[in-house]
Design a protein around this ligand. Sequence first.
Ligand code: ASP
Length: 305
Amino acid sequence: MTAPRILVHGGAWAIPDALVAAHREGCRRAAELALEILLDGGTAEDAVEAAVVAMEDDETFDAGRGSFLNRDGDVELDAAFMEGRDLHVGAVAAVRDIANPIRLARMVMESEHVLLVGEGATRFGLDHGMERCSPEWLIIPREVAFWRHQHDQAQAGALDALRAWRSDTVGAIAMDNHGHFAAAVSTGGRPYKLPGRVGDVPCTGAGFYVDDEVGAAVSTGDGEAIARIVMAKRAVDALAQGEAPQEVTRGVIDYLYKRVGGHAGIIVMSRDAGHKADGVGCAFNTTRMARAWNEGRRIVAAVDR
Ligand code: ASP
Protein backbone atom coordinates (compact mmCIF):
# COMPACT_ATOMS: atom_id res chain seq x y z
CA MET A 1 0.00 0.00 0.00
CA THR A 2 1.28 3.48 -0.83
CA ALA A 3 0.05 6.83 0.49
CA PRO A 4 -2.34 8.24 -2.12
CA ARG A 5 -1.57 11.53 -3.87
CA ILE A 6 -3.66 14.06 -5.76
CA LEU A 7 -2.53 17.04 -7.84
CA VAL A 8 -4.99 19.25 -9.75
CA HIS A 9 -4.75 22.45 -11.77
CA GLY A 10 -7.18 25.11 -12.95
CA GLY A 11 -5.22 26.77 -15.76
CA ALA A 12 -2.07 28.88 -16.26
CA TRP A 13 -2.43 32.53 -17.25
CA ALA A 14 -2.40 36.06 -15.83
CA ILE A 15 -5.22 35.30 -13.37
CA PRO A 16 -6.37 38.75 -12.20
CA ASP A 17 -6.33 39.44 -8.44
CA ALA A 18 -10.13 39.53 -8.37
CA LEU A 19 -10.30 35.93 -9.66
CA VAL A 20 -7.48 34.46 -7.58
CA ALA A 21 -9.65 33.25 -4.68
CA ALA A 22 -12.16 31.54 -6.99
CA HIS A 23 -9.38 29.72 -8.84
CA ARG A 24 -7.50 28.70 -5.72
CA GLU A 25 -10.59 27.56 -3.83
CA GLY A 26 -12.01 25.76 -6.88
CA CYS A 27 -8.79 23.75 -7.11
CA ARG A 28 -8.78 23.14 -3.37
CA ARG A 29 -12.36 21.78 -3.37
CA ALA A 30 -11.62 19.51 -6.31
CA ALA A 31 -8.49 18.15 -4.63
CA GLU A 32 -10.36 17.62 -1.34
CA LEU A 33 -13.08 15.58 -3.06
CA ALA A 34 -10.50 13.46 -4.83
CA LEU A 35 -8.43 12.92 -1.69
CA GLU A 36 -11.49 11.75 0.23
CA ILE A 37 -12.08 9.10 -2.43
CA LEU A 38 -8.45 8.00 -2.36
CA LEU A 39 -8.33 7.82 1.45
CA ASP A 40 -11.46 5.64 1.35
CA GLY A 41 -9.54 3.21 -0.87
CA GLY A 42 -11.05 4.48 -4.15
CA THR A 43 -9.26 4.20 -7.49
CA ALA A 44 -7.14 6.85 -9.18
CA GLU A 45 -9.76 6.90 -11.98
CA ASP A 46 -12.60 7.71 -9.55
CA ALA A 47 -10.50 10.39 -7.86
CA VAL A 48 -9.52 12.31 -11.00
CA GLU A 49 -13.03 12.01 -12.41
CA ALA A 50 -14.50 13.53 -9.23
CA ALA A 51 -11.93 16.35 -9.24
CA VAL A 52 -12.54 17.24 -12.88
CA VAL A 53 -16.34 16.97 -12.63
CA ALA A 54 -16.18 19.43 -9.71
CA MET A 55 -14.19 21.88 -11.82
CA GLU A 56 -16.40 21.38 -14.90
CA ASP A 57 -19.37 22.23 -12.68
CA ASP A 58 -17.58 25.32 -11.34
CA GLU A 59 -18.17 28.22 -13.73
CA THR A 60 -14.84 29.75 -12.73
CA PHE A 61 -13.10 27.40 -15.14
CA ASP A 62 -13.01 26.93 -18.90
CA ALA A 63 -14.52 23.43 -18.78
CA GLY A 64 -18.14 22.29 -18.95
CA ARG A 65 -20.74 25.04 -18.37
CA GLY A 66 -19.16 28.50 -18.42
CA SER A 67 -16.50 27.63 -21.03
CA PHE A 68 -15.22 30.14 -23.60
CA LEU A 69 -17.30 30.52 -26.75
CA ASN A 70 -15.97 29.91 -30.25
CA ARG A 71 -16.27 32.43 -33.10
CA ASP A 72 -19.85 31.33 -33.78
CA GLY A 73 -20.75 31.92 -30.12
CA ASP A 74 -21.01 28.19 -29.29
CA VAL A 75 -19.32 26.05 -26.64
CA GLU A 76 -17.24 23.11 -27.95
CA LEU A 77 -15.65 20.89 -25.34
CA ASP A 78 -12.62 18.57 -25.36
CA ALA A 79 -11.69 16.09 -22.62
CA ALA A 80 -9.39 13.13 -22.07
CA PHE A 81 -8.74 10.32 -19.60
CA MET A 82 -5.77 7.96 -19.26
CA GLU A 83 -4.83 5.21 -16.85
CA GLY A 84 -1.33 3.94 -16.25
CA ARG A 85 -1.72 0.16 -15.77
CA ASP A 86 -2.48 -0.86 -19.37
CA LEU A 87 -2.14 2.64 -20.91
CA HIS A 88 -5.80 2.90 -21.88
CA VAL A 89 -6.81 6.29 -23.27
CA GLY A 90 -10.21 7.85 -23.95
CA ALA A 91 -10.78 11.29 -25.43
CA VAL A 92 -13.57 13.38 -26.91
CA ALA A 93 -13.38 16.59 -28.93
CA ALA A 94 -15.71 19.34 -30.15
CA VAL A 95 -18.62 18.08 -28.04
CA ARG A 96 -21.49 20.57 -27.86
CA ASP A 97 -24.13 19.06 -25.63
CA ILE A 98 -22.66 17.03 -22.78
CA ALA A 99 -22.50 18.66 -19.33
CA ASN A 100 -19.53 16.63 -18.07
CA PRO A 101 -17.36 15.59 -21.01
CA ILE A 102 -14.82 14.01 -18.66
CA ARG A 103 -17.38 11.27 -17.90
CA LEU A 104 -17.77 10.71 -21.62
CA ALA A 105 -13.98 10.52 -22.06
CA ARG A 106 -13.84 7.85 -19.34
CA MET A 107 -16.53 5.82 -21.13
CA VAL A 108 -14.48 6.02 -24.33
CA MET A 109 -11.41 4.87 -22.38
CA GLU A 110 -13.35 1.88 -21.09
CA SER A 111 -14.38 0.93 -24.66
CA GLU A 112 -12.23 -0.24 -27.59
CA HIS A 113 -11.99 3.36 -28.89
CA VAL A 114 -9.47 6.10 -28.21
CA LEU A 115 -10.97 9.32 -29.62
CA LEU A 116 -14.51 10.27 -30.63
CA VAL A 117 -15.56 13.69 -31.89
CA GLY A 118 -18.63 15.88 -32.22
CA GLU A 119 -22.07 14.35 -32.61
CA GLY A 120 -20.56 10.85 -32.82
CA ALA A 121 -19.08 11.29 -29.35
CA THR A 122 -22.42 12.50 -27.98
CA ARG A 123 -24.25 9.56 -29.55
CA PHE A 124 -21.77 7.15 -27.99
CA GLY A 125 -22.54 8.72 -24.61
CA LEU A 126 -26.29 8.52 -25.11
CA ASP A 127 -25.97 4.86 -26.08
CA HIS A 128 -24.17 4.32 -22.77
CA GLY A 129 -26.74 6.07 -20.60
CA MET A 130 -25.59 9.69 -20.62
CA GLU A 131 -28.00 12.57 -21.10
CA ARG A 132 -27.73 15.29 -23.70
CA CYS A 133 -27.81 18.84 -22.29
CA SER A 134 -28.92 21.74 -24.43
CA PRO A 135 -26.00 23.59 -26.08
CA GLU A 136 -27.43 26.87 -24.68
CA TRP A 137 -27.21 25.53 -21.11
CA LEU A 138 -23.40 25.48 -21.43
CA ILE A 139 -23.34 29.22 -22.23
CA ILE A 140 -23.36 31.77 -19.37
CA PRO A 141 -23.86 35.58 -19.56
CA ARG A 142 -20.24 36.32 -18.53
CA GLU A 143 -18.97 34.47 -21.58
CA VAL A 144 -21.47 36.13 -23.91
CA ALA A 145 -20.15 39.50 -22.73
CA PHE A 146 -16.54 38.33 -23.18
CA TRP A 147 -17.38 37.02 -26.65
CA ARG A 148 -18.83 40.43 -27.64
CA HIS A 149 -15.66 42.11 -26.42
CA GLN A 150 -13.49 39.69 -28.39
CA HIS A 151 -15.62 40.13 -31.44
CA ASP A 152 -15.04 43.90 -31.28
CA GLN A 153 -11.32 43.28 -30.75
CA ALA A 154 -11.25 40.95 -33.73
CA GLN A 155 -12.87 43.57 -35.93
CA ALA A 156 -10.18 45.99 -34.79
CA GLY A 157 -7.45 43.39 -35.55
CA ALA A 158 -6.35 43.19 -31.88
CA LEU A 159 -7.49 39.70 -30.91
CA ASP A 160 -4.19 37.82 -30.53
CA ALA A 161 -2.89 39.64 -27.46
CA LEU A 162 -6.17 38.97 -25.75
CA ARG A 163 -6.24 35.26 -26.55
CA ALA A 164 -2.71 34.63 -25.37
CA TRP A 165 -3.54 35.46 -21.78
CA ARG A 166 -6.48 33.31 -20.82
CA SER A 167 -6.28 29.63 -20.09
CA ASP A 168 -8.68 28.14 -17.58
CA THR A 169 -8.52 24.47 -18.56
CA VAL A 170 -8.67 21.94 -15.71
CA GLY A 171 -6.74 18.74 -15.07
CA ALA A 172 -5.95 16.19 -12.38
CA ILE A 173 -3.45 13.43 -11.64
CA ALA A 174 -3.93 10.86 -8.89
CA MET A 175 -2.03 7.90 -7.53
CA ASP A 176 -4.16 5.53 -5.46
CA ASN A 177 -3.05 3.35 -2.58
CA HIS A 178 -2.09 0.56 -4.99
CA GLY A 179 0.39 2.90 -6.68
CA HIS A 180 -1.88 3.09 -9.75
CA PHE A 181 -2.10 6.35 -11.71
CA ALA A 182 -4.81 8.11 -13.72
CA ALA A 183 -5.09 11.56 -15.26
CA ALA A 184 -8.04 13.57 -16.56
CA VAL A 185 -8.23 16.86 -18.49
CA SER A 186 -11.15 18.96 -19.67
CA THR A 187 -11.43 22.25 -21.56
CA GLY A 188 -13.55 24.59 -23.61
CA GLY A 189 -10.35 25.41 -25.50
CA ARG A 190 -9.21 28.89 -26.45
CA PRO A 191 -11.54 31.88 -26.34
CA TYR A 192 -12.97 32.80 -29.75
CA LYS A 193 -11.45 29.71 -31.36
CA LEU A 194 -12.36 28.59 -34.85
CA PRO A 195 -15.35 26.23 -34.83
CA GLY A 196 -13.87 22.72 -34.94
CA ARG A 197 -10.51 23.86 -33.52
CA VAL A 198 -9.01 21.28 -31.15
CA GLY A 199 -5.89 21.88 -29.03
CA ASP A 200 -3.63 19.62 -27.00
CA VAL A 201 -6.20 18.38 -24.49
CA PRO A 202 -7.54 15.28 -26.29
CA CYS A 203 -4.15 14.50 -27.91
CA THR A 204 -2.31 11.66 -26.16
CA GLY A 205 1.18 12.78 -25.15
CA ALA A 206 0.45 16.48 -25.66
CA GLY A 207 -2.23 17.29 -23.06
CA PHE A 208 -1.63 14.28 -20.83
CA TYR A 209 0.39 11.09 -20.38
CA VAL A 210 0.35 8.41 -17.68
CA ASP A 211 2.42 5.30 -17.06
CA ASP A 212 2.31 3.42 -13.75
CA GLU A 213 5.97 2.49 -14.21
CA VAL A 214 7.01 6.15 -14.26
CA GLY A 215 4.34 8.71 -13.33
CA ALA A 216 2.09 11.21 -15.07
CA ALA A 217 1.93 14.69 -16.57
CA VAL A 218 -0.91 17.06 -17.54
CA SER A 219 -0.45 20.25 -19.59
CA THR A 220 -2.37 23.52 -19.87
CA GLY A 221 -1.97 26.69 -21.89
CA ASP A 222 -1.20 27.39 -25.52
CA GLY A 223 -2.55 24.14 -27.01
CA GLU A 224 -1.00 24.47 -30.45
CA ALA A 225 2.48 25.02 -28.99
CA ILE A 226 2.01 22.19 -26.45
CA ALA A 227 0.97 19.78 -29.20
CA ARG A 228 3.99 20.64 -31.33
CA ILE A 229 6.45 19.54 -28.63
CA VAL A 230 4.24 16.67 -27.30
CA MET A 231 4.75 18.20 -23.89
CA ALA A 232 3.24 15.69 -21.43
CA LYS A 233 5.00 12.67 -22.96
CA ARG A 234 8.23 14.65 -23.05
CA ALA A 235 7.83 15.22 -19.29
CA VAL A 236 7.09 11.55 -18.52
CA ASP A 237 10.10 10.50 -20.62
CA ALA A 238 12.29 12.87 -18.60
CA LEU A 239 10.92 11.35 -15.37
CA ALA A 240 11.82 7.91 -16.74
CA GLN A 241 15.39 9.15 -17.19
CA GLY A 242 15.52 9.78 -13.45
CA GLU A 243 15.01 13.54 -13.40
CA ALA A 244 13.17 14.94 -10.35
CA PRO A 245 9.61 16.22 -11.00
CA GLN A 246 10.42 19.88 -10.38
CA GLU A 247 13.42 19.71 -12.70
CA VAL A 248 11.26 17.96 -15.33
CA THR A 249 8.52 20.59 -15.29
CA ARG A 250 11.02 23.48 -15.50
CA GLY A 251 12.85 21.75 -18.32
CA VAL A 252 9.79 21.17 -20.55
CA ILE A 253 8.40 24.69 -19.99
CA ASP A 254 11.80 26.22 -20.85
CA TYR A 255 11.99 24.00 -23.93
CA LEU A 256 8.45 24.98 -24.98
CA TYR A 257 9.34 28.64 -24.87
CA LYS A 258 12.78 28.29 -26.48
CA ARG A 259 11.66 25.97 -29.27
CA VAL A 260 8.18 27.26 -30.22
CA GLY A 261 7.62 30.39 -28.10
CA GLY A 262 4.70 28.87 -26.17
CA HIS A 263 3.14 29.93 -22.86
CA ALA A 264 1.87 27.11 -20.67
CA GLY A 265 1.93 25.26 -17.38
CA ILE A 266 2.44 21.62 -16.50
CA ILE A 267 1.88 19.39 -13.47
CA VAL A 268 3.84 16.18 -12.93
CA MET A 269 3.70 13.36 -10.39
CA SER A 270 6.35 10.68 -10.16
CA ARG A 271 5.79 7.06 -9.20
CA ASP A 272 7.60 7.66 -5.94
CA ALA A 273 5.18 10.43 -4.98
CA GLY A 274 3.83 8.45 -2.04
CA HIS A 275 7.20 8.25 -0.40
CA LYS A 276 9.08 11.39 -1.31
CA ALA A 277 8.33 15.00 -0.56
CA ASP A 278 9.48 15.95 -4.04
CA GLY A 279 7.13 13.52 -5.81
CA VAL A 280 5.18 16.30 -7.54
CA GLY A 281 6.26 19.18 -9.72
CA CYS A 282 4.64 22.20 -11.33
CA ALA A 283 6.06 24.91 -13.60
CA PHE A 284 4.60 27.67 -15.75
CA ASN A 285 5.85 30.61 -17.77
CA THR A 286 2.60 32.54 -17.39
CA THR A 287 2.09 34.96 -14.50
CA ARG A 288 0.07 32.52 -12.40
CA MET A 289 -1.16 28.94 -12.35
CA ALA A 290 -3.98 27.64 -10.14
CA ARG A 291 -3.24 24.29 -8.52
CA ALA A 292 -3.75 22.17 -5.41
CA TRP A 293 -2.16 19.02 -4.04
CA ASN A 294 -2.10 16.97 -0.86
CA GLU A 295 0.56 16.78 1.80
CA GLY A 296 -0.66 13.77 3.74
CA ARG A 297 -4.28 14.53 4.62
CA ARG A 298 -3.87 18.27 4.12
CA ILE A 299 -4.66 20.07 0.86
CA VAL A 300 -2.39 22.93 -0.20
CA ALA A 301 -3.57 25.33 -2.93
CA ALA A 302 -1.66 28.08 -4.72
CA VAL A 303 -1.77 30.43 -7.69
CA ASP A 304 1.57 32.23 -7.41
CA ARG A 305 5.09 30.90 -7.71
N1 ASP B 1 -4.69 23.85 -23.69
C1 ASP B 1 -6.05 24.27 -23.92
C2 ASP B 1 -6.31 24.34 -25.39
O1 ASP B 1 -5.43 24.80 -26.10
C3 ASP B 1 -6.36 25.57 -23.31
C4 ASP B 1 -6.01 25.70 -21.88
O2 ASP B 1 -5.18 24.97 -21.36
O3 ASP B 1 -6.60 26.55 -21.24
O4 ASP B 1 -7.39 24.00 -25.82
